[in-house]
Structures are given as C-alpha cells and as structure tokens.
Design a binder for this molecule. Structure first.
Ligand SMILES: [Zn+2]
Ligand SMILES: [Zn+2]
Length: 284
C-alpha cells in the first residue's frame, strides 16, 4: 500500500476576505430571535438548521446528515456599515499616525524605509550579520549628510535644526520634497479615530474651528489605506506579513463588512429546565 505524502514547502496563515466569507457561508443570518416557544430554531436565526443539527434529533438542512456525521456549516451576518476590524485596530491606528494624508506615503525618510525593508528581507534569508551591516551603511550615510550640512554653515545649522524640527512637526517628512502638505493628526478615543488638522500652532489658530474634531469613518480610512498601499506596498508587505495575499486590496483586512458565523455545533446552546438558552457570546 502506498502512503500518500507530500513535502510542504511553505505554510502561511491568512484571514478570510468578505468574498471568501460569503462563498463559505450557507446562509445570511438576518433574524435576531433564536428559538420559538416550542424550542425550535427560527429560520434565519443563529441556530438555523442549515448551519447543522443542534442535537441528536435534528437533521442538517444543508447536507441532510445527522448530528454525528454533519460537521456543520458556516453562515454570515452582513453589517449595515463597514466597521474597523477590532483585531487590527491598534495596528491600523499606528499605521494611520504614520501616514501622510496628502501624498499617501509613509511618513519616514526614504533611507529608513529602504533600510528596514532590506533588513526584514535579510532576516528571511537568515543573514543576521547583514542586518547589522545595513544599519552601519545607513548610519554612515545619515552622518555624511549631516556633516555636509554642518560644513556649509555651523551657525546656520542651529537655525536650520530648529526650523526643520518645526517643519517636520507640521509637514510631511522633509526627505520627501514632492509633498509639503501640512501634517494631520489622528487621535484615538476608545474605538474611534479622530482626525484633526494641526497645520497651525495652538497659539496662532484664528478660531476654535481650526481644531474641530472630525471622526475618520472606516469607509474613508479604507480608501486612504488603499492609496497608501498603491504607493508603499513594497514596504508594507515586508513590514506587515499578513498583507501578503492574492487579494487586490489586502488592506481590507483592517475593516469588516461581514461577520463569519461558525457552525452551531461549535457554539452549543445551554439547556436549562428543558429550555434552550443561547450562550451570551451569541447575542448580537
Ligand atoms: Zn450538514
Ligand atoms: Zn506627504
């Protein structure tokens, strides 16, 4: 007898996209009620029999098998609006804080982006020494640049340093001369991202409306990240490995349009005095 075998060259983990969840799903859950007075599952509810049998007496309405043999089927819930994916919310916040909202590039000097990208790739090859060598080369380059500026005029350097620092705080990175956009700040309040324009200092702001807080809605944040991905996908896919996928818009992973509902057998209902009760984690 020949034993089937295969050599695994690569293994990767990913997340289902909205389309994949819908393909996997056997029904849309669109009913809040779960059980009727006789203890039967409502059609379209969280224990609809199309998601698999709920107990020994049921038959699956998708595959026709009983409780022992049906492995269960997934459903989905369509969300009325796009929301931030709670699993990646922290990462999304960090990424948005480091993004220029004018040119949709990462707010970092080109040398640094190139350095980190090469260092991450070097680690993939196990070239630990190269990571250090790259760091030294980059540091030398940065030092050389500073030296050149210093030779020009030592006194002016103090002025320049101060102006650069102020400029950097207010504008897109000076190493990106194509963009002199005022830098906008993102602040996080619980599960909200609030966007404010910090082009003017607090003292020079003519009215309080300059600082009016404005929510960054998930749909807008998604567009923004899609533009960022277009410009800096090389770096982003090195830095965030979960963005390496065949999905044309991998940054969609930061957002949710649908929720995958696992088969009923993996979230069994509680039975109390012959009455079925849904588990608290099922409540929509
Ligand atoms: Zn089934
Ligand atoms: Zn910019």
């Amino acid at each position: 007898m020949e034993v089937a075998s295969m050599n695994i060259k690569e293994l990767s983990f990913g997340l289902f996209s909205t389309d994949e969840i819908k393909k996997l799903s056997v029904l849309e859950i669109d009913r809040v009620e779960i059980w009727d007075v006789l203890g039967n599952a409502f059609s379209g509810g969280l224990y609809d029999l199309r998601l698999g049998p709920n107990d020994q007496n049921d038959v699956c309405q998708t595959c026709g098998l009983g409780y022992i043999h049906c492995s269960g089927h997934s459903g989905h819930i369509n969300l009325p609006v796009t929301v931030y994916n709670p699993f990646f919310f922290k990462e999304l916040y960090k990424l948005l804080r480091g993004t220029c909202f004018k040119c949709y590039r990462i707010l970092a000097p080109i040398v640094v982006l190139r350095l980190v990208s090469y260092q991450l790739q070097a680690l993939d090859y196990g070239l630990v020494n190269t990571v250090q060598d790259l760091q030294e080369i980059a540091t030398e380059e940065i030092r050389a640049t500073s030296k050149e500026e210093a030779i020009n005029k030592i006194l002016n350097k103090l002025d320049k340093k101060f102006k650069d620092a102020v400029n950097e705080a207010q504008h897109c990175s000076q190493e990106m001369p194509h963009c002199e956009s005022p830098k906008k700040k993102i602040t996080r309040y619980n599960a909200r991202l609030v966007f404010r324009d910090s082009a003017k200092s607090v003292a020079s702001a003519s009215s309080t409306s300059d600082f009016a807080n404005k929510d960054l809605m998930p749909e807008d944040a998604r567009k923004l990240l899609q533009w960022l991905w277009k410009n800096d996908n090389n770096f982003l896919s090195q830095f965030y490995r979960f963005l390496k996928s065949n999905n044309p818009n991998p940054v969609d992973v930061f957002f949710m349009d649908v929720i995958l509902v696992p088969p009923s057998r993996f979230r069994k209902s509680n039975v109390f005095m012959d009455e079925k009760k849904s588990r608290p984690n099922n409540i929509i």
